[in-house]
Design a protein around this ligand. Structure first.
Ligand SMILES: Nc1nc2c(ncn2[C@@H]2O[C@H](COP(=O)(O)OP(=O)(O)O)[C@@H](O)[C@H]2O)c(=O)[nH]1
Ligand SMILES: [Mg+2]
Length: 319
């Protein structure tokens, strides 16, 4: 029987218990007293270094992650720090059955899913107020508290979620494929906001040059990132370009741990607080909407006696 107390579980997780670690992540996903106790401990431990891989379904994120795992496991260090254990969190809302997502990712990551230095977990994306995968940043911190120095987060890029998840990542890799110029144009603002590194995976396919040109153009016109995100080419299925990708990731990390250290910590702390504030405020809206004062304001709006701005101010000032 596993201990249920978060402190005890964390102690066990630090000593390598995967079931304790899995239980703690379930706590941060599911709410309640254990969630808060787990989170309270997790955020007091140093955060791991987080590499986010985001992109559409089928872009090759899992295959790339698997290759990157192999690279890190073979090297064993993250420049200055040894990497004993690596976490992988997968967020795939396009899969209606979490079970299916787990199975799919496990099959793709078969080489490493059974490696005892790798912990792979599929995160639920539903059940949180508006916040898809809200628990991902918290789960990342649980992994950090359990002693993981490096975590990969794989997420399907869809609008706000990719931005949310990127805010939990130190280095965000946007994975595209040849022929996706139009799809990228449609989501240009989101991509430019999150990408530290672009990867054109499936570089063995036609349309590589056009896609690179489209990406370069997009960066020419719109990037605010400094340094400009590099555009790399990979073939995840045979490993081509993966070492160069890892080098680019490490170079970005070096920047964050060096000159940008304070700025990066500030940005991350703000992202963490804003994320939780937004959720709490949304919950507050729900509470207000269930109240009597809200029903009164609705009646007044229907009767043409007020406007939504006045009504909202009235509700907020009463609460
Ligand atoms: N031709 C080619 N196929 C790839 C490459 N990378 C991944 N794939 C295939 O694309 C499919 C989707 O890959 P997967 O890693 O599951 O994508 P994800 O949904 O982004 O995680 C799989 O069948 C992979 O074998 C690549 O570089 N070239
Ligand atoms: Mg995948």
């Amino acid at each position: 029987m596993i201990a249920r107390d978060p402190d005890e579980l964390l102690g066990e997780a630090r000593h390598g218990s995967r079931s304790a670690l899995a239980r703690l992540i379930t706590y941060v996903e599911s709410g309640g007293a254990n969630q808060r106790a787990t989170i309270a401990r997790a955020y007091r431990a140093p955060a791991p270094y987080v590499v986010g891989l985001t992109g559409p379904p089928g872009a090759g994120k899992s295959t790339l992650t698997d290759r990157l795992l192999a690279t890190v496991l073979a090297g064993g260090t993250l420049e200055d720090e040894p990497v004993d254990e690596i976490g992988v969190l997968c967020v795939d809302p396009s899969s209606p059955f979490t079970g299916g997502a787990i199975l799919g990712d496990r099959i793709r990551m078969q080489d490493h899913a059974t490696n005892d230095r790798v912990f792979i977990r599929s995160m639920a994306t539903r059940g949180h107020l508006g916040g898809l995968a809200l628990a991902v940043p918290d789960a990342v911190r649980v992994l950090g508290a359990a002693g993981f120095a490096l975590v990969f987060v794989e997420t399907v890029g869809v609008g706000q979620m990719e931005v949310d998840v990127a805010s939990a990542a130190d280095t965000t890799v946007v994975v595209t494929n040849p022929g996706w110029g139009d799809a990228m144009q449609a989501n240009k603002a989101g991509l430019l906001e999150v990408a530290d590194i672009f990867v054109i995976n499936k570089a063995d396919r036609a349309g590589l040059r056009e896609t690179r040109r489209d990406l370069e153009q997009m960066l020419d016109l719109g990037t605010k990132k400094d340094p400009r995100p590099p555009i790399l080419e990979t073939v995840a299925t045979d490993g081509s370009g993966v070492d160069a990708l890892w080098s680019a990731i490490v170079a970005h990390r070096r920047l964050l741990r060096g000159d940008r250290r304070e700025e990066h910590r500030d940005t991350q702390a703000r992202a963490e607080l804003d994320r939780v504030l937004a959720v709490m405020l949304r919950a507050r809206v729900g509470e207000l909407a269930a109240g009597r004062a809200y029903a009164e304001q609705i009646a007044r709006l229907r009767a043409g006696e007020t406007d939504p701005y006045l009504a909202a101010e009235a509700l907020l000032s009463e609460s």
